[in-house]
Design a protein around this ligand. Structure first.
Ligand code: ADE
Ligand code: ZN
Length: 325
């Protein structure tokens, strides 16, 4: 009722969003046609029907299979602009977008084409609606570490177009400890640091992300709930989690909503934020991820706190935070 209606009016920051995960099937086919690229599905309905995932890897296979339709500056602009416009309706006033640059480089696309398109869309959203945001270079952890360094090399000449470095893709078997040098380099370039950890991987990966990579936020981090000492560490250091409820449901990181650790993490005092991850694939943008928490008993003051936490956990400046709080 009125609780649901109030959620879009809460100003919120989206901090866990893969720009490629906003590729709606209709746009995928439009870009495939524009670029003369084939998708491994005959039409929109067939592609959408494939959105039935058993785990993270089964999603990633489809997600990467769609990426070759993204080729030009215009493509990255249109993708980013569509996301910023759509999420604004859910009250997203600040957005920090992951991009899997290594995949685009491997597809033969130039780093400048990717970043030019995204930065132009961010500037357009700022001019049109006052939305602020930034780009996070997300390292694809199941690609060779040398390609992570190559991606950093490819953006070093315009490092101020990035706000941070992240770590994503297949988690288990690719611990944060493999990326210490990459993250040290990124920190020296002035980038903020975040990493996916504890989505499918064990709590020990969350510890590694914090202690070895020096991350300022943990993406997902839900399996931290299995380790009381780790939860205490996150609380004590004020390290936020970017939780994505619909993603966790669709990728079966949790068996059902009732089993989702978000309530326990919030009650333990962890700085929890709510995000959409790959909204085109998981059945909803930021608003839908907030809305599903009504079923877990989250109240109006708790929703206000989640939204405020997202603003505080963002990498925007203090003046902008004050404006949004
Ligand atoms: N890439 C896009 N979405 C992801 C997720 N939820 N986990 C890991 N890598 C991703
Ligand atoms: Zn993610």
């Amino acid at each position: 009722g009125s609780l649901l209606a109030a959620l879009p009016r809460l100003p919120k920051a989206e901090l866990h969003l893969h720009v490629e995960g906003t590729l709606e099937p209709e746009l995928a086919f439009a870009l495939a046609e524009r670029n003369g690229v084939a998708l491994p599905y005959p039409d929109v309905a067939a592609l959408r029907a494939a959105y039935d995932f058993a785990d993270l890897q089964s999603f990633l296979d489809l997600y990467y299979a769609c990426m070759p339709v993204l080729r030009t500056t215009e493509d990255f602009h249109d993708l980013t602009a569509a996301y910023l416009e759509r999420s604004h309706r859910d009250g997203v006033v600040h957005a920090e977008l992951f991009v899997d640059l290594q995949v685009h480089l491997a597809n033969g696309i130039g780093a400048d084409d990717v970043l030019d398109g995204m930065t132009r869309a961010l500037a357009g959203a700022r001019a049109a609606r006052g939305t602020t945001g930034g780009i996070i270079l997300s390292i694809v952890r199941d690609s060779p570490v040398a390609t992570a360094h190559a991606a950093l090399d490819a953006v070093a000449h315009r490092i101020h177009d990035l706000v941070g470095i992240g770590l994503d893709s297949a988690e288990v078997g690719y611990p944060p400890s493999l990326f210490v040098e990459v993250f040290d380099r990124a920190a020296a370039l002035g980038l903020h640091r975040v990493a996916h950890a504890g989505e499918e991987g064990p709590p020990a990966y969350v510890v590694e992300a914090v202690e070895l990579l020096g991350v300022e936020r943990v993406d997902h981090g839900i399996r931290a709930v299995e380790d009381d000492a780790l939860v205490a560490l996150l609380v004590e250091r004020g390290i936020p989690l970017t939780v994505c409820p619909l993603s966790n449901l669709r990728l079966r990181a949790v068996p059902d909503l009732a089993a989702h650790p978000i309530r326990a993490l919030v009650d333990a005092g962890v700085a929890v934020t709510v995000n959409s991850d790959d909204p085109a694939y998981f059945g909803g943008y930021a608003g839908a991820n907030y809305a599903v928490l009504v079923e877990l008993g989250f109240t109006a003051p708790e929703f206000a706190r989640l939204a405020a936490t997202s603003v505080r956990a963002s990498f925007t400046d203090d003046a902008r935070k004050a404006e949004l709080l």
